[in-house]
Design a protein around this ligand. Sequence first.
Ligand code: A3P
Ligand code: MG
Ligand code: MG
Length: 368
Amino acid sequence: MNRAIFDIQPVHRFGGSNTTIRRPKEIACFSYDDQRRFSLGDASLSYYYPPRLPADLNVGFDTFQKLNDVADEHLDALLDTIMAHEKETEKTCEADIVTWRGMMTKILAAPYDMMNGFEMNATCFQGTIFIEENNAYKNQQKETQRNQRMPAGMASQELMMYWGYKFEAISVLRQQWDPSSREEIERREEAVVNNSAQYCSVARTGMGNVRMILGGEVDAVWDCKPDRKEDPVHWIELKTSAEIRNDRDMVKYERKLLKFWAQSFLLGVPRIIVGFRDQNGIVRSLEELETASIPGKVKKVGRGTWDGNICINFAAAFLEWLKQTIQEDGTWRIRKQEKSPVIEVFKLEEQGHGDILSPAFTSWRSAR
Ligand code: A3P
Ligand code: MG
Ligand code: MG
């Protein structure tokens, strides 16, 4: 079969009790440093320490060291980390799907995100489906976003993006809090913002009958990582959002919460810290959200613009279908067009794995 379609709409058919979910558990991690150099382990782990308010997120925009992420990194860092983990444990990481968390966020949010599109590439290797973002599509979307005309008086897309990174920079410490290093709190407010450094968690999780390994960035940890590997980690996701002034803002925020929730839920990040900023990029208040409580709040006290159960049941059904659809050799495109109510899956190449899998990974696995 060369082309298949999965209907997103009508979403109410995914209602009812939840599909079983496996609590995400970190199996390995990797870091990028300020020069974007990769290393295994937690060198770039950050620790949350609340920012001083009010905070001006514009500070340092002129010296922002922005990562050039135009090049296609495929799944390389994730595969290198899995490979190292397999060498260390002498066990194969069995999974139905291996991908970046960002891809799964798009799928989880799809029932309530009719407007946006996505494009991914996939291949099947030794019974596992590997999914990457279609980099060309991502770059094209970024370009469109950059060229978007903003209403008069509104900050540019570039500046608003900086606000997000600046908020992260003034909310974390690179070392665990030590009362004798109070200066670091002041230092971080003046430090040059560089978004190359990242800590990425590689977690095993699952929905229904689909076992997954996901890799994704985690902004910080609340306290520190526990000594016992079995214990959950108190991860923190940092977000900025516009202050809520009226009903319309509230609906907008609730829609944004879908993305916050999906992103954090997938890696088992239990808490999200939202910095509310005004139109000029000044943060005046913070809100701590428990990830698990977000869908309930949206349903009961919010406007009910989305339903987390439906997202989970939809994602589980789609992934089970994908498992049946992508079983042969070759490469595939997974695509949702803007405003489309369906996800299409079609073949790009009959043979091989395209550039989705690195030669190092395929030769390692083939030799086992
Ligand atoms: P905000 O989410 O506070 O706006 P993340 O929150 O996922 O860790 O991402 C950190 C910051 O990167 C975001 O902060 C935002 O500034 C920027 N960012 C992430 N994804 C983006 C996207 N798709 N478009 C524009 N900026 C993005
Ligand atoms: Mg982040
Ligand atoms: Mg963040």
